[in-house]
Design a protein around this ligand. Structure first.
Ligand SMILES: [Zn+2]
Length: 277
């Protein structure tokens, strides 16, 4: 009986998913938008506009964010804001590269999520991420950090080093498979040159993270969150009025075949229980 109750509650809660976009996702979207458009006001206006279009589709939180990001990147590529390149070297990078750096370093998205958002193969991510990081750090920013060169000589037990997709990046992005992770962590305890390689890469990654200008003050973030939340809610109210009030959402919920099946099953179970005792 408890299981049936728990299942019903879970189903009901699930029926609310996607109605209101998650506040953490709004913050992520605000930073992604900022990486594409630079100034706060413009980023907010474009996030609002994009989300109000996406409100038409009934998607999960994760998909809303991915669709909105993709749509904003396409828009930034089509209509790049004039003079944006002058505000910070970051904006000399292509919109898709700025999105990549922001999601990797600030939002800590995994390779598969970024690849899914952009509609590319996950296997391309490693070398693309590496090339973009090197380009941003040393070409655009001319940052004063050590260049992460590969090892001059590989020891017998050192992990294979691919210069366009090196293992230290994979490790720092938390993208190592279980076996590779345990092999590398054991190896690092014994090999000084691999530890050095990892350290140099870590410093470069840290530097890049500090050089991504998507910082938004807590006040701006609260303002953006409330504004976008309002836009989302009014979109929901406009396109799905029957699901907005509690009573109506309950009626809609009870009307779902899966829920009706659970209710009938519970009734049969109760009847059986009472007649038995
Ligand atoms: Zn080694």
């Amino acid at each position: 009986m408890t299981t049936i109750l728990a299942l019903t509650v879970k189903l009901w809660l699930n029926s609310f998913r996607g109605f209101w976009v998650n506040k953490e996702d709004i913050k992520t979207l605000t930073r992604i938008s900022r990486s594409l458009w630079g100034d706060f006001d413009r980023s907010l206006a474009i996030s609002e506009d994009t989300l109000s279009r996406i409100a038409l589709l009934r998607l999960s939180d994760e998909l809303i964010l991915e669709r909105a990001s993709k749509s904003m990147i396409e828009r930034a590529e089509k209509y790049p804001p004039k003079l944006l390149k002058l505000t910070h070297p970051f904006f000399r990078m292509a919109p898709i590269e700025r999105f990549l750096l922001t999601t990797l370093h600030i939002e800590k998205w995994g390779y598969s999520r970024i690849a899914r958002t952009l509609g590319i193969e996950t296997s391309l991510m490693e070398s693309w991420a590496w090339a973009t990081r090197i380009k941003y750090c040393f070409q655009e920013m001319e940052a004063e950090v050590e260049y992460p060169r590969g090892p001059s000589a590989l020891g017998n037990s050192c992990p294979e080093y691919n210069a366009s997709a090196p293992w230290p990046q994979r490790l720092l992005d938390d993208e190592l498979g279980k076996r590779e992770r345990s092999f590398i962590s054991n190896h690092l305890m014994a090999c000084q040159s691999c530890r050095k390689l990892l350290e140099v890469t870590r410093k470069m990654m840290f530097k890049i993270e500090k050089m991504i200008p998507v910082d938004t003050s807590p006040e701006e973030m609260d303002f953006a969150t409330n504004r976008i939340d309002d836009v989302w809610k009014s979109g929901e109210a406009l396109f799905r009025p029957s699901e907005v009030t509690f009573g109506r959402s309950l009626l809609h919920f009870l009307g779902r075949p899966k829920v009706q099946f659970i209710l009938v099953a519970s009734a049969v179970f109760c009847l059986f229980w009472f007649t038995r005792t």
